[in-house]
Design a protein around this ligand. Structure first.
Ligand code: SAH
Length: 232
């Protein structure tokens, strides 16, 4: 991945996407800010430093790619705010054994999946909008990322490939989706925004050896809704 990134001087050399601008985002995440607690996991910070977020948005928005904001990616969807991506990712590594196999619901731009892959996880991701998934797959190919993806309604998860050590849901639902909780391995962690369209709570679930579920509220967040069905 690094070698390929060096082959793109037109993108890397440009002021607004330069390594200096990208490092500034890392410092911001590391320090935290009111409402956004500091990201402490160095591997996660490194993944954010390495994955070129400007390649996951339209060229016209590339100059804003290293601000800590969500950005539109078309079809009324957004690439999540870097802090949210970092926090969700960090939350997967907080307890006990590091996950290996992860399922993401809501591929969108592909950025969150790329961050997980950069951390060495075996990534499965599901997206309901075919057009977004096609674009994300091109990015994975360009960056040499080996990510399994499927065009489907992610509310059914990916039962054939489960159970998963970690599940990240990147679209909001009023309640947790049972099919996904069922596909979580023992000792696994599920992160999902739960709540209505006005705003949600980022929830972390842990499944213990007896199948008991422990629930923690991580932060208030705002995600686009988890919708049913598929579109091209
Ligand atoms: N993780 C993405 C964030 C994308 S926004 C990123 O890093 O860019 C949320 C995404 O979830 C959108 O692309 C939306 O189409 C998708 N989505 C919403 N409901 C879904 C469902 N039921 N199954 C799969 N994807 C869904």
């Amino acid at each position: 991945m690094t070698a390929r990134m060096r082959l793109q001087p037109e993108a890397i050399g440009m002021g607004m996407t330069s390594q200096r601008v990208r490092d500034r985002l890392i410092e911001r995440l590391r320090e935290g800010s009111p409402g956004s607690r500091a990201i402490q996991n160095e591997n996660v910070l490194n993944a954010v430093r390495t994955v070129p977020r400007h390649l996951f948005v339209d060229e016209a928005l590339a100059a804003r790619a290293y601000e800590d904001n969500a950005l539109p990616i078309g079809h009324g969807q957004t690439i999540s705010q870097p802090w949210v991506v970092a926090r969700m990712t960090e939350a997967l590594f907080e307890d006990g054994v590091a996950p290996k196999k992860v399922l993401e619901i809501g591929t969108g731009s592909g950025y969150q999946a790329a961050i997980l892959a950069a951390l060495g996880l075996e990534v499965h991701t599901v997206e309901r909008i075919g057009d977004l998934l096609r674009t994300a797959r091109k990015r994975f190919r360009t960056l040499g990322l080996n990510i399994r993806s499927k065009h489907d309604d992610g509310r059914i998860g990916w039962p054939e490939n489960g159970p998963f050590d970690a599940i990240i849901v990147t679209a909001a639902a009023p309640a947790l989706v049972d099919a996904l909780t069922e596909q979580l391995a023992v000792g696994g962690t599920l992160i999902a925004p739960v709540g209505g369209s006005g705003g949600q709570s980022l929830i972390k679930l842990r499944k213990d050896a007896d199948g008991n579920i422990e629930r923690t509220d991580l932060a208030p967040v705002v995600f686009v809704p988890l919708l049913s069905g598929m579109v091209d």
